[in-house]
Design a protein around this ligand. Structure first.
Ligand code: HC1
Ligand code: SF4
Length: 575
């Protein structure tokens, strides 16, 4: 431990801590726009300057390590004046369009401008005039609002290993842009939205499609239905003052009915259907030698896009089962429509997702029109739904819990776990062991694949056979897992894994690019615990025990992997 003094308060901190960490340890917040807990500090913004006794100049707290006996001053009149000037200079090249900005009231620059009492343009006002990039349809880049903090570039390169964004130019001319100065849609971008989740300003936001949803709801001739993804329920509360991880499923259903949806479905239900198909796919491959192992999960659209762009040799390993979002879309416009005698041509499916890539998934292939219509009409992120709830004047905190609609609304504990890293695998293992042994496993929980470790591994023995598992989340961790598989293939060894789960975002969907802002690992853990608690409290914890799922198969789909199931619930991948 290293002894230092912060503003006269003595404290011992771990070696390797920065001055920023030391200040945090005594409840002092030093302002910064470039440092994010997920990222290595780069000192780009210059706001975190502090004074250290005996040191010349003002070092940056985020990049300066503590040394024994340091006496640090984090705030005084001069430091505050310099920070204010830094902010004024940033604002001199930033549009004054807070009122119409996607980050109004959640922007870190706006908050600091308010805290520092900035009242006038002392340094003039000049914008880059570079305009916007809306090419992906999922994300909007607004170059004028970029403050060159580098968070998006670092998350995209260092954490996601995608390298869609980079810095162009030098010195004063430096700017963030898709590498090669092309459109984002032409870049390797996989629409994960981690750049937008980490951007401190409105320079990268989701494409706002709330107007489309309002139009559907307004159209009297429409039958407008909605589905909510697993991880939305434990994160949306952050928009309404709840602790991260609070499970608000009942209030969400109630809010969606108040918004005017004609039926409220739960993606957790279709996650159970995904498991029925995917676990059977696994058993076919594992037990009957049909097609290649390892089987790799495919419900994350950023991951499938990444695989198709960069690892297409793994196409044969991908599960052909569609994501729960798409399965819900097609079942609503076929099974549900027939049962309820509703014309699917007038049905509109809105889907509430923690994810920006889900906006892309709904048109990624003609197979996403399997009902004969667009299976899912529009995707809103958790943040967009929170906005609609506020626009509608709904007092979310005081809503009475509601239930979802039946046929496509009930879910098992397995379905809800989809929203966290490791959850799809745990759900699949529960059902795979049932198919392989006919018995329920004594153990439902697989601790080894829970938590935020980037790559998690375990071995599970089912019917005297060992199944080797890997779980990766955050695209930067995927390469290593795939390389292990490739190496074994090249040398003719047994595959190191039989089954691999991948989620593009750190933490899985609970950490999705469309979730409430300011996520950290501590928040990811709480959201994750919220889903595990939902599973623990469910009477039905396996997808195959979900009575509504059994009913869909009996009345409509026949059995997992039937010809009809293949036609409606499966898809293909292309390099
Ligand atoms: Fe996900 Fe999924 S879990 S991909 O992470 O398989 O987005 O929450 O809805 O489709 O169910 C996201 C979450 C979500 C799908 C499911
Ligand atoms: Fe990179 Fe993801 Fe942002 Fe695309 S969406 S630029 S892949 S961080």
């Amino acid at each position: 431990e290293i002894a230092v003094e912060v503003n006269g308060i003595k404290i011992a901190v771990k070696p390797g801590s920065t001055l920023l960490d030391a200040a945090q340890a005594v409840q002092v917040k030093i302002p910064t726009l470039c440092k994010h807990p997920d990222l290595v500090a780069n000192g780009a913004c210059g706001l975190c300057i502090v004074r250290v006794e005996g040191l010349h100049g003002l070092p940056r707290a985020c990049t300066t390590p503590v040394e024994e006996g340091m006496r640090i001053t984090t705030h005084d009149g001069e430091i505050t004046e310099i920070r204010k000037t830094v902010l004024e200079l940033i604002l001199s090249t930033h549009p004054n369009t807070c009122l119409s900005c996607g980050r109004n009231q959640s922007c870190e620059l706006q908050t600091l401008a308010a805290d520092f009492g900035i009242r006038e343009d002392l340094w003039g006002h000049a914008l880059s005039g570079l305009g916007k990039d809306t090419s992906t349809g999922s994300l909007v880049l607004d170059f004028d609002k970029c403050i060159k903090c580098g968070r998006c570039v670092h998350i995209c390169q260092d954490v996601q290993n995608v390298h869609a964004l980079s810095f162009l130019g030098r010195g004063m001319q430096t700017r963030m842009a898709p590498a090669g100065d092309i459109l984002l849609a032409e870049s390797p971008c996989v629409m994960c939205g981690q750049c937008s989740a980490h951007c401190p300003t409105g320079a990268i936001v989701e494409a706002d499609e709330t107007a489309t949803a309002w139009n559907f709801l307004r159209g009297k001739e429409n039958f407008t239905v909605v589905q909510i993804a697993p991880s939305v329920r434990v994160a949306i509360g952050e928009e309404f003052g709840y602790e991260p991880g609070t499970n608000l499923t009942g209030k969400l259903y109630a809010a969606l009915r108040r918004l005017g949806f004609d039926a409220v479905f739960d993606t957790n239900f279709s996650a159970d259907v995904t498991i029925m198909e995917e676990a059977n796919e696994f058993v076919e491959r594992f037990k009957h030698g049909k097609r290649e192992l390892p089987l790799i999960t495919s419900c994350c659209p950023s991951w499938t896009d990444y695989m198709e762009k960069l690892h297409s040799d793994f196409i044969p390993n991908f599960s052909s089962t569609k994501s729960p979002q798409q399965i819900m879309g097609v079942l609503a416009k076929t099974y549900y429509a027939q049962k309820m005698n509703i014309d699917p041509a007038g049905m509109r499916m809105v889907s509430i997702m923690p994810c920006t890539a889900k906006k892309y998934e709904i048109t990624r292939d003609h197979e996403m029109f399997a009902s004969g219509f667009k299976d899912v009409d529009v995707v809103l992120t958790t943040r967009e739904l929170a906005r609609m709830i506020r626009q509608a004047g709904i007092d979310f905190r005081h809503l009475q819990d509601h239930k979802a609609d039946s046929f496509l609304g009930s879910y098992s504990g397995a379905g809800t776990m989809f929203g966290t890293t490791g959850g799809v695998m745990e759900a699949a293992l529960r059902t795979a062991q049932f198919i392989l042994t006919g018995e329920k496993m004594p153990k439902l929980v697989f601790e080894e694949i829970r938590g935020l470790e980037g790559i998690k591994e375990t071995k599970v023995v089912i019917a005297q056979e060992e199944i080797r598992i890997a779980v990766a989340h955050g695209l930067g961790h995927v390469g290593e897992v795939l390389e292990r598989v490739r190496r074994a293939k090249a040398t003719g060894e047994e595959p190191p894994y039989h089954f691999i789960e991948v989620m593009a975002c750190p933490g899985g969907c609970i950490g999705g690019g469309g979730q409430p802002y300011r996520v950290t690992d501590a928040i990811r853990k709480k959201r994750m615990q919220g889903l595990f608690a939902d599973d623990r409290d469910k009477a039905v914890r396996c997808s195959h025990d979900n009575a509504e799922v059994q009913q869909v198969y009996n009345e409509f789909l026949e059995k997992p992997l039937s010809e009809k199931a293949h036609r409606l619930l499966h898809t293909t991948y292309h390099a």
